[in-house]
Write a protein of this length. Structure first.
Length: 368
């Protein structure tokens, strides 16, 4: 177990409240199943903004990705590039390579390039506070994706708004599936990365939901860096199998990347692709995750982020910042992909791309 975090403890209490009523009911498992039915339903209605400022003139935008090996950060960047082309802006993508120093260098490069806007593709705001402050002082408008534990403005760091699905709802969807799928008998290991505040928020909330299921068992919370998953996960998986054996039936992670490197250890232990432990990710919906779920190959679910939609939203939020308008306040609802719905809502192309006409809606707002 890792050390306690004040932020994590606060969110843990909040997540406990989310499930307090369900945990007290004799039918808590049915409550979880009802919620899963909701978050796996097709997404066809646009619930985002319909008004806003027209497109600003030409801008240079720098997108600093925490790590382009991370499918979430990479996918959002692609969405930013697609939307920027429509609105008429140029984008420069910088790969933070999973390194604190490289992420700082990328933000500082945006300053050197005299960028108009900076998009943070998951670099933690607290970690990069000094570099972000330099960008803000240089007059750069800053928006972010997954740079904090909650959606909305982050005035402490000078971030106009942070885009994410609600991490507590994402955690609820992932952990609820373990509760529902196991009929309340899940033995769960939760994987996190304490370098990121949003990861702590998700993992603490998932842990609280498993604890709130009286017949489930939280075996452990494992803190392991996403940037070093390739090296750490095979050995950690073997260690967990030795420690818990058949008690370990569900793995819950804050990111699909965790599960990219578990399969060899599971195979070596003689565990079939559709056998326990069943892996469920509370983000981000990477291409390999979709492939694994479809094939029944060492992953059963992912609460995917609408990566392209979030990229378009980031461009729209920057446009609002440039015009002096407030943030839109839009927060996309969580959506869980499992084998039953893997080919819906863009899943047939190994991504979550809601069929709610979001591109057309943003074009209308911008006058494009």
């Amino acid at each position: 177990m890792r050390k306690k975090h004040l932020l994590g403890a606060t969110l843990l209490a909040t997540a406990g409240l989310l499930f307090a009523a369900g945990a007290a009911r004799a039918d808590a498992v049915q409550d979880a199943k009802d919620y899963i039915a909701k978050v796996t339903a097709p997404v066809s209605k646009w619930e985002g903004p319909t008004t806003g400022p027209k497109a600003a003139g030409h801008k240079l935008i720098v997108y600093v990705s925490t790590d382009q090996r991370n499918g979430g950060a990479r996918g959002v960047g692609q969405g930013v590039e697609e939307a920027a082309k429509v609105i008429g802006w140029d984008v420069r993508v910088i790969d933070g390579q999973g390194s604190v120093s490289e992420r700082a260098a990328g933000i500082n490069q945006a300053v050197a390039l005299k960028a108009d806007g900076l998009v943070l593709g998951s670099p933690d705001a607290a970690e990069q506070s000094a570099a972000i402050e330099n960008a803000v002082k240089a007059g750069i408008k800053v928006v972010s994706w997954h740079s904090g534990p909650a959606p909305g403005p982050m005035p402490k760091y000078g971030i106009f708004t942070n885009i994410t699905t609600d991490p507590l709802e994402v955690a609820k969807a992932a952990a609820s599936y373990a509760v529902a799928d196991s009929d309340g008998k899940a033995g769960a290991v939760v994987f996190t990365d304490s370098a990121y505040a949003i990861a702590i928020a998700k993992s603490d909330a998932m842990a609280a939901i498993i604890k709130a299921c009286k017949t489930c068992t939280l075996l452990s919370i494992e803190d392991t860096p996403l940037a070093d998953a390739a090296n750490r996960m095979p050995q950690l998986t073997t260690s967990l199998l030795t420690r818990y054996g058949a008690k370990w039936t569900y793995g819950l992670s804050i990111n699909d990347l965790t599960f990219d490197f578990m399969a060899p250890a599971l195979q070596a232990a003689g565990i079939a692709g559709d056998g326990a432990p069943h892996s469920i990710s509370a983000g981000d919906g990477s291409e390999p995750a979709f492939q694994r779920i479809r094939a029944g190959d060492y992953q059963v679910g992912t609460v995917a982020e609408p990566l392209s939609l979030h990229g378009w939203q980031l461009v729209d939020e920057l446009n609002r910042a440039f015009s002096g308008a407030p943030p839109s306040g839009f927060v996309a609802p969580p959506h869980l992909f499992i084998k039953a719905n893997i080919d819906k809502d863009g899943g047939d192309k190994n991504t979550y791309d809601p069929q709610n006409s979001y591109r057309d809606e943003y074009k209308k707002i911008w006058g494009k």
